[in-house]
Design a binder for this molecule. Structure first.
Ligand code: ADP
Ligand code: 5GP
Length: 236
């Protein structure tokens, strides 16, 4: 039986990698697709672990040979998911998680309409700027221009939230990790049938609260803080 395809997107610095790393230590049988990128490794990142780091010409060759399920240009670099990641997971009957941007998510949704998409948001721009700055400091250098660029892009990316099935505001890390885990458990229960234990029932309820139409109480304050509420509240 084909596994579930999970897509997770977030503005850079929202804490998506942190959440995904914790999720991977908490749930079994979830494969993670290691993307290809032309950006250089950051901090302690390792070839083949966070990304496959390749040259621009090699990336363009892979595009030409149709090797990508999706690809996009993000912050001036190419990023892409190899089609192979999905076919391998499907052959093995495993669930697969893609950590990709909003452009890539749109391409995957076209090809795999039943993919489960999750959008992670920071609580507000101030917290996002602090997280971006802390991460840059930990990696050795804080470039204020780069942080300003990422904040501006965050504001644009957030406007795509309505294309995602689940909304997750990453405020208190433990709560966000639990909600993300709950989404995986709930979607598996939906696909394969749920065991009737109270803990699974609690997780299904928690996931339900993150479904986009049920998440407005947490979503609207975030939209408001980014100056986006008027634009979007009327569509809800
Ligand atoms: P992303 O993958 O979305 O770009 P990261 O996972 O690298 O973001 O997180 C950006 C920074 O914010 C990191 O320094 C991380 O430790 C920190 N961080 C992530 N989630 C939280 C949280 N809930 N509370 C406080 N700091 C967080
Ligand atoms: P970073 O450079 O911070 O690791 O990632 C920058 C952005 O690129 C993030 O939004 C991340 O989700 C996105 N990204 C990472 N891999 C892929 C990919 O394979 N395809 C697409 N479209 N985006 C990706």
């Amino acid at each position: 039986m084909a596994g579930i395809l999970f897509i997770i997107s977030a503005p850079s610095g929202s804490g998506k990698s942190t959440l995904v790393n914790q999720l991977r230590s908490l749930v079994t049988d979830l494969e993670f697709s290691v993307s290809y990128t032309t950006r250089v490794p950051r901090g302690s990142e390792q070839q083949g672990r966070e990304y496959h780091y390749i040259s621009r010409s090699r990336f363009e060759e892979m595009i030409g040979q149709g090797e990508f399920l999706e690809w996009a240009r993000v912050f001036g670099n190419y990023y892409g998911t190899a089609s192979r990641s999905l076919t391998d997971a499907q052959t093995a009957g495993k669930d697969l998680l893609l950590d990709i941007d909003v452009q890539g998510a749109a391409q995957v949704r076209e090809k795999v309409p039943d993919a489960v998409s999750i959008f992670v948001l920071p609580p507000n721009p101030l917290v996002l700027a602090t997280r971006l700055r802390n991460r840059s400091r930990a990696e050795g250098s804080v470039l204020e221009d780069e942080i300003d660029g990422r904040l501006a892009k965050a504001r644009v990316e957030i406007q795509n939230y309505s294309q995602y099935r689940y909304i997750l505001v990453n405020d208190i890390l433990d709560h966000a990790v639990e909600a993300l885990t709950a989404i995986v458990i709930a979607e598996r229960a939906r696909r394969h049938g749920a065991p009737q234990d109270p803990e699974t029932a609690r997780m299904i309820q928690l996931a339900e609260r993150c479904r986009q139409p049920n998440a407005t109480d947490r979503l609207y304050p975030v939209l408001s803080s980014f100056g986006l509420l008027d634009m979007h509240a009327t569509h809800a």
